[in-house]
Ligand binder design. Structure first.
Ligand SMILES: [Zn+2]
Length: 120
């Protein structure tokens, strides 16, 4: 599953949360669009869209949030992980980070077929 979704990138040795540029910007292997690659809390990596969208424009299965990780007793952000938005729905105008899969042109056709199943 992780390999199928391209979640095979090696963990970065360092990460600067203020640095939004990459030496080699990661791109989607299906459509070639720029993506942001973040670790998840369960040792997988996920491709996220490069811009946030209001929650009302993002179907529930594709809503992610970036969570800053700080050590105890320190304000220094040591990493950022992607966490699926679950439980209580965000307010409609609240910004969430869509999974790139939601915006991926190469996956549009397939998703339209299974939209009903995903939109629970
Ligand atoms: Zn894509």
């Amino acid at each position: 599953m992780a390999e199928k979704e391209g979640a095979t990138a090696a963990p970065r040795p360092e990460f600067d949360p203020d640095d939004v540029t990459f030496v080699e910007p990661p791109t989607c292997s299906l459509c070639g669009a720029d993506v942001r690659v973040y670790p998840t809390v369960y040792d997988r990596w996920v491709h996220l869209a490069t811009a946030d969208l209001p929650a009302k424009d993002v179907p529930r299965p594709f809503r992610w949030r970036l969570v800053k990780i700080t050590p105890p007793h320190s304000p220094v952000v040591i990493d950022i992980v992607a966490v699926r938005v679950r439980g209580i729905d965000p307010i409609p105008g609240e910004l969430v980070t869509p999974a790139h899969q939601f915006l991926c042109a190469a996956e549009q056709a397939e998703r339209s077929v299974v939209k009903g199943a995903l939109d629970r």
